[in-house]
Design a binder for this molecule. Sequence first.
Ligand SMILES: [Zn+2]
Length: 247
Amino acid sequence: MTDKETALDAMAGDGGYGLGKVCDHLRFKFKREGKRFWAGDNVSEYIDDKMKEQLIDEATTAFEGVLDALLIDRENDPNSKGTARRLAKMYYNEIMAGRYEPTPNATAFPNDTEGKYDGMLVVRSELKSMCSHHHQPVSGVAYIGIIAGPKLIGLSKYTRIAQWCARRGTLQEELCMDIAREIEFATGSSDVAVYIQATHGCCENRGIMAHSSLTQTTVLRGAFQTDQSTKKEFFDNIKLQQEFAPR
Ligand SMILES: [Zn+2]
């Protein structure tokens, strides 16, 4: 048996889709188990490396069909040869990687000894995302604030988590809430704020063609929502970061 047949055979017992496509098998499985698989959802628990290779092959064939329908000569145009495969790999491994990779492993360090840090932490994270309506790039920055709780995570982990949430098909409003939820989960702090400033390809490259499509969204939880001075300190910190951030 070839690798492909072995992989498909191993799945055949679950749903009996035999030698069909892996993507069909998985979609049926999601439906059967009530698993939501919207553009912003993570499906990593269902996919191993071998299946991912197979899925990239299937997406390549599908993108070939799209290029054919667009009347682009992918056989003779040297720039379009291999484009279908480049697109398939880019979706799986880069611009939508946050759907197929598990949560970044954020080791938590205890912050409950005497002299613990109980102040505010504001981390600036660069974001690259994609709107789920038009698959156009979304580019911006998230400011993540927390009041330190009983555990802390490494500083780079805030950005890893934010990028993992962003590298999917998203809406900026949802992305803001997703990052807040994951940061709450990783830090155990219920005092979390996320402010995102981003530009949207779908406003710049099409539709209204506006070259200043800056959109701001804010999610405030816990003390950031109930305490005005905490909220003010968060936005003051953002202003300081914007003024002094290295360019
Ligand atoms: Zn859009």
